[in-house]
Design a protein around this ligand. Structure first.
Ligand code: TNX
Length: 526
C-alpha cells in the first residue's frame, strides 16, 4: 500500500503529492503540554524518534534549532473529539476543539509515520476527522478471571490507540467480587479468592481503582464500573449468605456444568465453573436494598464518570415479576445518586426503570427471542442504547474453530470479516442513529487468563469494533477489502509492541509470522 494504513479510517483524508515532513529528534512540538506529551509518546513508540517538547513552559525546550514544528492548538468550533491535521514539508498543524481531539490526532500522527531511506517521514496530507459515536467502548471481565492493574493498564493502552473512549469493567460475578469497598469489606475478604477453573483470584484496592481511573482518564477513557445484579451474584452469598437466594439448577445450568466441568453451584462454596443464570439476590428482603445502597453509593463516590452499570443480564434464577421490581428499584437508586444507569437489554422487560437508563444490547445481529423488543423499551423511555451484538463484537467468541481460547455460543465462530461487516442502525428495527449512544466490544474471560490471552482474542477483531464505532457509515474505505488491507499493515507494529494477535487467514499479512506464533496460544479451560 502506498499510503500508511489508518485504523479506524478517518472521516476525510486527502493526500497531497508535495514533499513529506521529516521527523527528527529536533522536531519541536508546540501547544498544550498534555497533548504535546501524547504526540511525543505516540511518535516515539511508533518510530523510536522522540520529537522535543517546546510547549507552554519554555524551560522544557532543549536548545538548538527546530527542523520542523508540530503545532497543536485547541480551537473552538468542531464536533467533540474531532481534530484536523495538515501536514506540509516544514510544518504539521493540528487543531481540535478539545483535549480528546488532540489526543486522537496524536494516534493518527503515529499511524502516518513512515520509515524511508531518509529516516521517518509524515506524508503531506489533510485529515478532517470526527467520531461517528460518542460512546466507543471495550469491556473487560475481571470477575471470571481476575486481571491485574498492569494488565488493565495494558488493555487501556491498546484501546486508546484505537480511539476507544470508554472502559467497562465487569467487577462482580458468580465467580468473584473484585473491588474493595469500605462499606462492605466482607465482599473482598470472602468472595475474591478464586477465578474460573480454580485459578487465582484477586481484587482491586481503592488505590488500585484510583490508579485505573486516572490511567484511563489520561488516555481519554471513562471507566464504566459494573456490579452485576440481581443474577451473577453467587459470590455475594459467600460474604452475605442472608442476601442470596438458593441457586436454581436449571437444565441449562446442569448442561453447562457437564460440558465445561467444575462443581455444581453450592451455597457458601466459591464457584469456579462457567454456568450462568443460577444465582439471585433475594428480591423481597429490604436487606438487599440496604446492600445495594452501600455498594452503588460507594461506587458512585469512587467513579468520576457519569455511568454505573447494574447488569441485569441472564437473571434466570429470578422470577420475572421480581426481576422487574428489582430493576426498577436498582436503576432508580443509581439515578438518585446522580449517575446514569446502564443495564443489559433484558431489563427492557421491566416497567418502571429510571427513565434515563441506557440499555446494552447483547443479542445477535439478527435479533432473536424478543431481544429487540426489550431493547426498544429504552428508546421509548427517551434514553439511548449501546450495541454489543454478540455474534459480531464479542471478543471472547472463537475466531476459528481451532482456537484454544474463547467460546462459540454466539452463532459459532466470529471471523474478522463477521466482526467488521455489520451496521449498528441495521440491528434493531426502530432504533436509528440518534438512538444509539455507541458500540462496545466486550471480552468475557471464562477462558482468558492473562494479557497474551486477551490480545490473542482481541486482535485483530478489536480494530473492526473501533472502525464501526469511529468511522462514518458511508465512506469509500469503509469496505471489507480496504479494512483487511489496512489490518495487514498493523502486524509489524503489533509485533514491535509485543501484542499477540491471531493471524486471521482472511488477511494478507504484511509482516512474516513471528517466531513464537506456532507456540500454543494459551491454555484450554478444563
Ligand atoms: C453471556 S451476554 C454473558 C456473560 C458470559 C458471556 C460469555 C451477557 C450480558 N452475559 O455472563 O460471560 O456470555 O460469552
Amino acid at each position: 500500500m502506498s499510503h500508511p494504513a489508518l485504523l479506524p479510517v478517518p472521516a476525510a483524508v486527502s493526500w497531497r503529492s508535495t514533499p513529506a515532513f521529516a521527523l527528527t529528534e529536533t522536531t519541536a512540538i508546540t501547544g498544550p503540554r498534555d497533548a504535546g506529551t501524547a504526540v511525543a509518546d505516540a511518535l516515539a513508540t511508533r518510530t523510536g524518534v522522540r520529537p522535543r517538547l517546546a510547549t507552554a513552559d519554555p524551560g522544557d525546550a532543549a536548545s538548538g534549532p527546530a527542523e520542523g514544528a508540530i503545532d497543536l492548538r485547541v480551537e473552538a468550533g468542531g464536533a467533540p473529539e474531532s481534530y484536523r491535521i495538515r501536514v506540509d514539508a516544514d510544518r504539521i498543524a493540528v487543531t481540535a476543539p478539545d483535549a480528546a481531539g488532540l489526543f486522537y490526532a496524536a494516534q493518527t500522527l503515529a499511524q502516518l509515520a513512515t520509515s524511508t531511506a531518509d529516516g521517518w517521514t509524515i506524508a503531506a496530507v489533510d485529515i478532517d476527522d470526527a467520531p461517528r459515536f460518542g460512546y466507543r467502548g471495550v469491556m473487560l471481565d475481571v470477575a471470571r478471571h481476575f486481571h491485574s492493574v498492569a494488565t488493565v493498564r495494558a488493555f487501556i493502552d491498546r484501546a486508546a490507540l484505537l480511539k476507544f473512549n470508554h472502559l467497562h469493567l465487569h467487577l462482580s460475578d458468580d465467580q468473584g467480587w473484585r473491588l474493595a469497598l469500605r462499606s462492605r469489606p466482607e465482599l473482598t475478604a470472602h468472595a475474591a479468592g478464586t477465578s474460573v477453573g480454580g485459578d487465582p483470584g484477586g481484587f482491586y484496592t481503592q488505590d488500585d481503582w484510583a490508579d485505573i481511573v486516572a490511567y484511563a482518564a489520561a488516555r481519554h477513557l471513562t471507566v464504566v464500573p459494573e456490579i452485576d445484579v440481581p443474577g451473577h451474584t453467587h459470590a455475594v452469598g459467600l460474604a452475605y449468605p442472608a442476601l442470596a437466594a438458593d441457586p436454581v439448577l436449571s437444565e441449562h445450568v446442569l448442561e453447562t456444568v457437564a460440558a465445561f466441568g467444575g462443581a455444581e453451584p453450592t451455597p457458601g462454596v466459591a464457584y469456579d465453573g462457567m454456568a450462568v443464570g443460577f444465582s439471585s439476590l433475594k428480591i423481597h428482603d429490604e436487606a438487599t436494598y440496604a446492600f445495594l445502597a452501600d455498594v452503588f453509593g460507594e461506587l458512585a463516590r469512587l467513579t468520576p464518570g457519569p455511568y454505573l452499570h447494574v447488569g441485569g443480564d441472564e437473571a434466570l434464577g429470578t422470577p420475572p415479576e421480581d426481576f422487574a421490581l428489582f430493576m426498577s428499584r436498582v436503576t432508580r437508586l443509581v439515578a438518585d445518586l446522580g449517575k446514569t444507569p446502564i443495564t443489559w437489554h433484558e431489563a427492557g422487560a421491566a416497567a418502571g426503570l429510571a427513565p434515563d437508563t441506557i440499555g446494552q444490547y447483547w443479542g445477535f445481529v439478527t435479533p432473536t427471542d424478543g431481544m429487540d423488543e426489550k431493547t426498544r423499551t429504552f428508546v421509548r423511555n427517551g434514553a439511548q442504547v449501546i450495541l454489543s451484538p454478540a455474534d459480531a463484537i464479542y471478543l471472547d467468541m472463537k475466531e476459528t474453530p481451532d482456537s484454544p481460547l474463547g467460546l462459540t455460543w454466539a452463532n459459532g465462530t466470529t471471523s474478522l470479516e463477521r466482526a467488521y461487516a455489520w451496521e449498528p442502525t441495521a440491528i434493531v428495527a426502530g432504533i436509528g442513529e440518534g438512538d444509539i449512544l455507541g458500540v462496545e466490544a466486550p471480552l468475557w474471560t471464562e477462558t482468558v487468563r492473562d494479557l497474551d490471552d486477551i490480545d490473542q482474542l482481541a486482535f485483530p477483531r478489536i480494530t473492526a469494533a473501533a472502525e464501526v464505532a469511529w468511522s462514518p457509515q458511508h465512506h469509500p474505505d469503509r469496505t471489507w477489502t480496504s479494512f483487511a488491507a489496512r489490518v495487514a499493515g498493523q502486524a509489524a507494529h503489533w509485533d514491535a509492541a509485543g501484542i499477540r494477535y491471531h493471524r486471521s487467514a482472511q488477511v494478507a499479512w504484511d509482516a512474516p509470522a513471528s517466531a513464537d506464533d506456532s507456540a500454543p496460544g494459551a491454555h484450554e479451560v478444563a
